[in-house]
Design a binder for this molecule. Structure first.
Ligand SMILES: [Zn+2]
Length: 233
């Protein structure tokens, strides 16, 4: 569930412009149904593409076997590697998912600001504001990591607040699995232009998977801490 790699699948799309022919695209499949929030991994039933002057869009129609309903995804298209099909990145999902992630109590108590920013990012994502939501998830992650670091090192509040996120993760988050995940997440870089150019195959969905993993490990650790404090009394 917390895998950082999405499955990319090659699909065939029908042209919407009459003078074009069918074309293959390499797309990221949605990993959740926006209607019933059930894990999802099906190929689209049918896809259409349209080339505009500067942009190209792909529209894929999906069927969820769990809730028996259909949804559509609008993909932004970028060039693939040499000889490879163009790549579709998830843009907007129709219908919008109004679902806001419910975080464990320990996380809500640890970082209410993380929960607030994450929920705002989800609302931006639902509205199709993918640039904004990407920055939002990045900011939410920073609050989560720093509030956790402060929780673990209450005397170092000022130092932690002033540190860049990547440094904070390495220095204060002493759970190896979280550090590993952080290192794998290209979004942790300080230089945004650098990571955008270098890792343009990663999008906010990768960021969300990384946050989900960090939340999972942190809440487990907080539960263990609480259990230990009870047994000492
Ligand atoms: Zn469904």
């Amino acid at each position: 569930m917390y895998s950082l790699t999405h499955s990319h699948k090659i699909i065939d799309a029908i042209p919407l412009a009459p003078d074009h022919s069918g074309k293959k695209f390499k797309i990221k499949l949605p990993n959740i149904c926006p209607i019933c929030d059930t894990a999802y991994g099906e190929l689209p039933l049918i896809s259409y593409y349209i080339e505009e002057i500067f942009d190209e869009f792909l529209y894929s129609f999906f069927f969820c076997p769990h809730c028996q309903k259909c949804f559509m995804i609008k993909y932004s298209v970028t060039d693939g590697a040499f000889g490879e099909p163009p790549i579709g990145t998830i843009g907007s999902v129709f219908p919008n998912s109004s679902h806001l992630t419910d975080f464990p109590e320990q996380i809500k108590n640890l970082s209410p600001q993380f929960v607030k920013i994450y929920h705002e990012s989800e609302q931006a994502e639902s509205a199709g504001l993918t640039e904004i939501c990407g920055m939002g998830y990045r900011k939410a992650l920073e609050f989560l990591i720093k509030d956790y670091a402060i929780h673990q090192n209450p005397k170092l509040v000022d130092e932690i607040k002033a540190q860049p996120l990547a440094k904070c993760i390495n220095k204060y988050i002493n759970i190896e699995s979280i550090v590993t995940l952080a290192e794998r997440s290209a979004w942790i870089g300080n230089d945004e232009t650098h990571y955008v150019r270098k890792h343009n195959n990663l999008d906010f969905n990768d960021m969300k998977l990384f946050i989900a993993a960090a939340v999972h490990f942190m809440s487990m650790n907080l539960i263990v801490e609480k259990a230990e404090s009870i047994s000492r009394k």
